[in-house]
Design a protein around this ligand. Structure first.
Ligand code: HXC
Ligand code: NAP
Length: 291
């Protein structure tokens, strides 16, 4: 059942939502569900050909309306133009989903300064650029309510070796989410974040588990529920947080990872490896120490 859509029909009707990085992977999956729920969606990324073909595909599939806009989130002027194009087409915007990201695995000492900057610029500065441009617009236009949803990941708070620029940037995005949830609540703007664990996509897997790494490191083994996430599961959560059903949720980060990060964190979680039969012996040894 975890592949079933969750929200009521038309739960996002009359909403206009911008999804950065909406032409692939999780961004595309969330866009698809927003459309099914009645929203108009603007999808943005650097590659307009990809966006245009996704527009055709999703409009045909869902009957919704998609506006593809080329926009490199690293460039503030391009972000302002993307906002203008959105307003020109739809007259308003209700939601911003900061989903665009860049990432690859590397020992940090191998990174050039530009490589580190590239990830920070896409993830942290890109989220800042979109948030600032849209926030200024919402505040100036005195729009009653708006929602920003940021996609982070669980290493935003644990940190992670070998993806240090991404961890640094996602931590910044999480801090921005919580800070503005308070500061801009008075303007009716809500901020929340989602922290997904592994949800296989081509973009992420090509860069995080290249070649046979995906076979060597079976992600399922790191997850208490012993499976990776389904795109619809994430889309259900994102649609809820974008919708008015979550009107009282502000400043929250919702983890959706099957328990993965806690499995890595709990001091004695390694005892999962002890076979059931061994517990009688271990208990007897512990009890024997009492006398
Ligand atoms: C070391 C590298 C490198 C690598 C690039 N660089 N790849 N350094 N190892 N594998 C260096 C380059 O040499 C250059 O530095 C600098 O990084 C910028 O590279 P460009 O190729 O010029 O950048 P650009 O064309 O802007 O591409 C950005 C990118 C690329 C991040 C490198 O991978 C990309 O477009 N990614 C977008 C999609 C993506 O990453 N999706 C995955 C998200 S997954 P120099 O010094 O040579 O100029 C994710 C999951 C998180 O976030 C959690 C999972 C559980
Ligand atoms: P993806 O398909 O590679 O998505 C990344 C998107 O960002 C692409 O559509 C890409 O489009 C866009 N993008 C990259 N640089 C950009 C830039 N400078 N300007 C505008 N758009 C840019 O990977 P994904 O797995 O779906 O990731 C989506 C989000 O989920 C990311 O925030 C990622 O950190 C997060 N996440 C993913 C996982 C997972 O397991 N997949 C887990 C935790 C968090 P273009 O290349 O066309 O620009």
């Amino acid at each position: 059942m975890y592949n079933e859509p969750m929200l009521k029909e038309n739960a996002l009707k009359d909403k206009v939502i911008v999804v950065t990085g909406g032409g692939s992977g999780l961004g595309k999956a969330m866009t698809n569900y927003f459309l099914e729920l009645g929203a108009d969606v603007v999808i943005t990324s650097r590659n307009i050909d990809k966006l245009s073909s996704v527009k055709e595909e999703l409009e045909q599939k869902t009957g919704g309306k998609v506006l593809p806009v080329q926009c490199d989130v690293r460039n503030y002027e391009e972000v302002e133009n993307m906002l203008k194009a959105t307003l020109q087409e739809f007259g308003k915007v209700d939601g911003l989903l900061n989903n665009a990201a860049g990432n690859f695995i590397s020992p940090t000492e191998r990174l050039s300064s530009n490589a580190f900057d590239t990830i920070i610029d896409i993830v942290l500065k890109g989220t800042k650029n979109c948030t600032l441009a849209f926030g200024k617009h919402w505040i100036d236009s005195k729009q009653q309510k708006a929602t920003v949803l940021n996609i982070v990941t669980t290493y935003a708070w644990t940190g992670s070796a070998y993806v240090v620029p991404s961890a640094t940037a996602k931590a910044g995005v999480l801090a921005m989410t919580r800070s503005l949830a308070v500061e801009w609540a008075k303007y009716g703007i809500r901020f929340n974040a989602i922290a997904p664990g592994p949800f296989p996509t081509k973009g992420a897997w090509d860069r995080l588990l290249p070649g046979d790494l995906k076979d060597k490191f079976d992600m399922k083994k790191k997850i208490p529920l012993r499976r990776v996430g389904e795109h619809q599961e994430l889309a259900n959560l994102a649609a809820y947080l974008m919708s008015d059903y979550s009107s009282y949720i502000n400043g929250e980060v919702v983890t959706i990872d099957g328990g993965e990060w806690l499995q890595g964190a709990g001091e004695f979680n390694m005892l999962e490896a002890i076979p059931k039969e061994m517990w009688d012996m271990l208990e007897a040894m512990i009890r024997a120490k009492k006398s």
